[in-house]
Design a binder for this molecule. Structure first.
Ligand SMILES: [Zn+2]
Length: 347
């Protein structure tokens, strides 16, 4: 463990944290989301079957999960390669790739992409949401699950010697299932052994992040090295957000670029726009949480790639950073969010 301590672990090996540069903490470069397909409403079937035409792109942006083809990001490796080169050109350094077991993680492809583009890629260990747990996973003890996660970080994932550098995204729905609770406990146990960062995908209820922090803490997890993802669609009340921020995790706003009216996974949610996300970040900075914020796009479908007219992986660097500066953040604070905070979540 001592050789890992204080280092970041990319798919190409150990790095000094100063080498990471601007870092997106929650992206996907190769994954499949087919298990979250929603059939199209009556009348839209033909559009859903033939989505990537100019006249259908608005429909696709509003209904991203209603089209099977859109959910196979792992078919777009060459487009993703181009995007990574553009990200590097725009000043990007590192991408944390959050696909783990359940999302068709492909560490060999990640290694290839890192070699070809020069972007540091950090792979994720552990298990996604309960709906993706196999029967074998559901039957595993917390100890067995812990061993698997530890091994993915120390020895390699998916039968390779390519090692993960974070545990995540560890996902649960709401309410949290028994199997998801076991995975959360195993995550905390593995973190206690390894000292590594954890990235959490909470269920879509404001209560979910609080409950998850409680489970992790009780199992010995380190909340100061834990990232709570997807706050954009999870906690809306400012008072509740400040209550959550007090618990000390990293606060991740990671749906930048997503602008839609009806959020398929929870119709109760009013998905914020990028302008609203920027306002929330400015609010959190004003309240003193600039050391806790990290941001990303969580690209997990094809339509968000620039190839299909989407915002791509450089949207934050090109469009959100200037907006943050206009809304009162200093360059120093922006650098904290994109460079210093991600850098501090290492092994
Ligand atoms: Zn994700």
């Amino acid at each position: 463990m001592s050789e890992l301590s204080g280092k970041a672990q990319s798919v190409l090996g150990l790095l000094d944290p100063d080498q990471l540069g601007r870092t997106l903490t929650h992206e996907h470069l190769s994954m499949s989301f087919e298990f979250n397909y929603f059939p199209p409403p009556q009348g839209d079937e033909a559009v859903a079957e033939n989505p990537f035409q100019m006249q259908h792109m608005h429909w696709l942006r509003q209904n991203p999960y209603t089209c099977m083809e859109n959910l196979r990001l792992n078919e777009e490796i060459s487009a993703v390669r181009e995007e990574l080169l553009a990200y590097r050109k725009a000043g990007g350094g590192t991408i944390v790739e959050n696909s783990n077991t359940g999302l068709d993680r492909d560490v060999k492809t990640l290694k290839q992409l890192a070699k070809e583009t020069g972007v540091h890629i950090i792979a994720g260990a552990g298990f996604y949401e309960g709906s993706t747990h196999s029967e074998a996973t559901k039957k595993m003890s917390v100890e067995k699950l812990t061993d698997i996660i530890v091994s993915e970080v120390l020895h390699g994932a998916d039968g390779t010697d390519i090692c993960c550098g974070v545990i995540g995204e560890i996902a649960s729905g709401w309410p949290i299932t028994e199997s998801e609770k076991k995975v959360l406990k195993a995550t905390a146990h593995a973190q206690a052994q390894l000292g590594c960062p954890v990235i959490i995908h909470p269920g879509r209820s404001p209560a979910a992040p609080f409950e998850i922090v409680r489970i992790l803490q009780e199992a010995g997890g380190d909340i100061s090295k834990t990232v709570m993802s997807h706050l954009d669609r999870t906690i809306f009340d400012e008072g509740e957000l400040l209550e959550f921020a007090k618990l000390g995790s990293y606060l991740e706003y990671d749906l930048f670029g997503t602008e839609l009216l009806n959020y398929t996974f929870n119709p109760e949610v009013d998905m914020p726009s990028d302008s609203q996300r920027v306002k929330i970040l400015a609010f959190l900075v004003k309240e003193g949480y600039e050391d806790n914020i990290v941001i990303s796009h969580d690209i997990h479908t094809k339509h968000r790639l620039t190839k299909y007219g989407g915002h791509g992986y450089s949207h934050i660097l090109k469009n959100i950073v200037p907006k943050l500066l206009t809304r009162g953040l200093s360059q120093h604070q922006v650098d904290k969010i994109l460079i210093d905070n991600p850098k501090s979540i290492v092994l």
